[in-house]
Structures are given as C-alpha cells and as structure tokens.
Write a protein that binds this ligand. Structure first.
Ligand code: M6R
Length: 369
C-alpha cells in the first residue's frame, strides 16, 4: 500500500501534485478567475459585513493558518488573528457575529481545535472548518466545511494535508479578495492561472530537488541543532520546516522570523549549527533583508543551506549550499518552498535510522489535550 515507496511519508510527499489538483477540482474557473465554493455551501452572504477573522489550529495546521493571515490581510483587507487552539480556548477572545472563525484540522478530531470551535460557536461567530477527513467531528460541528482532498494521510508528519490546506487558503483568498474588491480581476486571473499550473510545478520541483537534498542530507545528518529562517509569508514555512525536522529526526530545530536573529538566536550560531534560509528573489525588500541575515550567519562561520530562485548567482555565492526553485508569485511561494523542506527532513531522518512514519511519542490524531 506504500506504492513502492519505502515510507508513507515519502509517498505522501510525492502525492502532493495530485492532492493539490484534487483540492482545486471543480472550485476554480481559470477562464474567469472565479472560485466556486458551493460544494461547501459557501455564498457571498456568509462573508458579508465581516470585521475580523480568527484562524485557529494546532501544529502544522496552525502554520497553514499563519500563511492564511498574510494572504487574507493583503487581499481581503480584513484583520486576521491566528491562534494556537490550546491558547485560544483558554483566553478571553473578543468574538461576535461579525467574526469569521476558521478551524483547520487534517484529522478533524484534534481535542483543542474542537474545543475552540465549540467556544467560537457559543460566542456566535460564523464557523468555517477546513478538514481532510470526511464526516469528522470538527467537520460536522462547523457551520460550513471546506474539505481538502488530500486523500488519507498515514504518516504522522503532515505533508500533503498541509499543502492542500494552503491551496484552500489560496482559493479563499481569490474568493474574498474579489468580494471585497481588493483583488483586481486581472490579478485574480493571473493567480488562478498559476494555481492551475501549480500541480505540475510541484511535481517538477519534487523530481528536481529530491536527489539534491538526498546528497545534502549526507553532509548534515549528524548535526544536532538547526535554525530555519524566513520572512513575511515564508516565515510560517520556516516554522513548518523546523517542525518537520524535529518531529521525525529528533534534531533540535527552531524556526524564526529572520528579523528576530539579532534578538537572541544569533548567539547560537557557530560552525556546527546550520541555518536553513528561505530567500526567493521575488521577495522584494524581504529578499534584501534575508541576504543581510545570511551574511550575518556566514560571518559567524555558520553553514547556510539557502533555498532561492533558480539562477540567483548572488545568493548561491553567499550560502554554503544552494537549492534553486522556479520563480513563483508571493502567494504561491509557501507551497513551493515547503516541498524541499519536507524532503530534507525526510532524508535526514532516514539517515539517522529514525522511524519516519511513526516518530516516538507522537500520535497522528491528538484527541486528548
Ligand atoms: O489533525 P490536525 O490537523 O488537527 O493535527 C494537528 C497537529 O497535531 C498536526 O499537524 C501535528 O503537528 C503533525 N504531527 C505535524 O506534522
């Protein structure tokens, strides 16, 4: 049932093009840039008069929520707060009927996320769930549910469910962005064109970078500490990359917003602490800032694995190891930059002899607090 792959995790990484395609299917009209979410019984009224959005989840799903904040605030123009479900449920949240509360859960059974959902309902928010498991508790209790069509995810480390959640956020961005009018028709058309091409792009990236990362993992798998740095919409991707590495390889890995380096983590840098840096050229001002952060790490003899735009000679010269990815828009970059980080974590964990599908102390579905 692993279809020839040594682990479910690798199979699921390779299934991402299909998972993204299935999640988009029937919901996107690339001719018009229009998004149809009627399968989730969503219509413009559900979004009318919204003042605030909450996104609530745990673990990897929480990281998807963080990406959602960057997308929604830019294109829907509505303030977004992202919360860990375990924090959300025990604080005094300010919610009313003009609040949209989005709960993200692959399994649809996570205890804290479910408790948060019940609280938001009680406080009269409009409650939308993003789930992968059909008919799960969170899916059933929400006012509306949008399913990711990632198919069953067996590996404890979430991979294809995450990129499918990001795909849903892109669909919602197109939908809300057009409703509020902040997203021009032209940009919506461009973005939907990119979404249609995304599965094939992800497929090409997997094929191209897997051998590269396999080789790189030889060099790095004995290290015990890693730092992951990103900025803006790739900051949550840095968090997700670090989580992936720590949960399956038991290596201490921390994700940081690169701008926070000077406020503490730079003290850790030395030749045995590699940094994974996400620095696509398309990042504009944040690209320049990433370059200076990378220089700061290099000048302290820290090795840097730099992920950036193919052909970026400047970045390639700056870092210890360079991995190039195709050019991509800001909105879609989290999906593309996640894939190599999954493969890096996987290859390192395998070399360390870890049980990648069933890491110690972890369960696929966390149904108790
Ligand atoms: O099923 P959920 O999306 O609610 O699960 C949330 C987390 O438990 C989950 O993402 C966890 O962090 C994974 N092990 C990450 O790979």
């Amino acid at each position: 049932e692993k279809a020839g792959f040594p682990h479910f995790m690798l199979k699921e990484i390779y299934e991402q093009p299909e998972a993204i395609r299935d999640t988009l299917r029937g919901r996107l009209n690339p001719e018009t840039g229009e998004v149809d979410l009627s399968d989730a019984e969503l219509s413009p009224e559900f979004f009318e008069g919204l003042e605030r959005i909450f996104i609530v989840a745990c673990g990897t799903s929480y990281h998807a929520g963080l990406v959602g904040k960057y997308l929604f605030e830019k294109w829907a123009g509505i303030p977004v707060e992202v919360d860990l479900a375990s924090e959300f449920r025990y604080r005094d949240v300010l919610i009313n009927d003009r609040t949209l509360a989005i709960f993200i859960s692959q399994s649809g059974e996570t205890a804290d996320t479910l408790a948060g959902l019940r609280l938001a309902k009680e406080l009269s928010a409009r409650v939308l769930a993003i789930c992968n498991v059909l008919g799960s508790t969170i899916a059933r209790e929400a006012h509306r549910v949008i399913y990711t069509h990632a198919g069953p995810e067996i590996g404890v480390a979430s991979t294809k469910a995450f990129t499918s959640q990001l795909t849903i956020f892109l669909l919602l961005t197109l939908y809300m962005g057009r409703l509020t009018g902040r997203l021009t028709l032209e940009r919506a058309m461009e973005l939907s064109g990119e979404l249609v091409e995304l599965p094939e792009k992800v497929n090409l990236v997997i094929k191209a970078v897997h051998p590269v990362l396999k080789e790189l993992s030889e060099k790095y798998f004995r290290q015990e500490d890693f730092l992951y740095l990103g900025r803006n919409i790739l900051y949550p991707v840095a968090l997700e990359g670090a989580l992936k590495l720590k949960e399956i390889s038991y290596i201490h890995a921390e994700g940081y917003a690169a701008g926070e380096m000077k406020h503490g983590p730079i003290a850790l840098i030395e030749e045995n602490v590699p940094t994974v840096a996400l620095a696509p050229k398309e990042g504009g001002i944040t690209y320049e800032k990433m370059l200076s952060n990378i220089e700061e790490v290099r000048s302290r003899r820290g090795p840097v694995i730099g992920f950036g735009t193919e052909g970026d000679a400047h970045l390639a010269n700056l870092v210890t190891d360079f991995v190039g990815l195709p050019e991509v828009s800001w909105e879609v970059s989290p999906i593309l930059y996640t894939v190599p980080l999954q493969l890096l974590a996987y290859e390192i964990a395998v070399k360390r002899g870890c049980d990648v599908d069933q890491p110690r102390n972890l369960a696929k579905s966390v149904t108790v607090e």
